[in-house]
Design a protein around this ligand. Sequence first.
Ligand code: AN7
Length: 344
Amino acid sequence: MTYQGLIHRYGHLLDLPVHKKNISLLEGNTPLISMPRLSREFGCELFVKFEGLNPTGSFKDRGMTAAISEAVGRHVETVICASTGNTAASAAAYAARAGLRAMVLIPEGKVAAGKLAGAMAYGAEVIQIQGSFDDALTLVVEIAEKTPIAMVNSINPFRIEGQKTAAFEICDDLGCAPDWLCLPVGNAGNITAYWAGFKQYQKGLPRVLGVQAAGAAPLVLGHVVEKPETIATAIRIGKPVRGEQSLEAARQSNGKIIAVSDEEILSAQRLLASEGVWVEPASAAGLAGLIAESGQGKFEARDKKVVLVCTGHGMKDPSIITESFRSPKIIPANYEALIGLIEK
Ligand code: AN7
């Protein structure tokens, strides 16, 4: 039978209320791509779980099908979220699908072009906040407490339920859990969901390497970061709502949460692209973390199965690339000019 989306495939394993109405854009079912060249380079069996291939280009669609399906089931009319961009685009799409009003709050000037365009294209009311993602989230929480508007950030437990399915899919593809799972950590919903998913699925448990950007690393520093800053705007978050749970996931799995620099993130992004997988900067943090750890001899991954969770597509943030390369050459439209370049 053709694929009918996450709730259809895994709903029996998700703690969703009976009142839900299935709102799906056929999210999930993303490929686990083997990376033979990088595997050789790092001496392990490396795979990318390419979440950028979800309907709106990020892993957020997994949680959003669950959260919006629940909200529609109890006759909510408006949904709201704070976002560094991907949640906004996803909420906008699923709300559109369900015929709901969507309001998305984003930090002014700090959302990548592909995400902002997505949220607008799907018809959300996009509001820029003169503050950080964390400020926006505080506002959204207050609105959700005082009005019937449903909040679809990952504080919403149904988001986590939906996102568990990525762990199920990895186990289904590999036949077991990998030895290591490396992923970016921002608000810490995804690492929490993966860990819950692996525990529930009982196909073994990976060690979890959570990776934050050095300028937005509250879980590594052990305190809130008031002014988070990183080129990986998706994870420009200083006060993660599921911080405790993510630290617990790292601890229970015998893994850890570390920080990497923006340069390390960009260089990991280039490495992935050099083997055909273009991800947004935040999504390269897992590989950057693996490289940093193996460089210090701390990564015991030799011959092990390692899954890098690449959370968002490179097309979400095109200016990171176009601004860091020289503009493409311009030549006259004739053979001589072209052959001149080829034979140079
Ligand atoms: C590509 O969209 O928080 O640790 O508002 O977009 O579960 O927060 C995005 C987060 C990783 C971090 N990779 O996940 C938002 C938002 C990408 C992301 C994360 C995000 P969490």
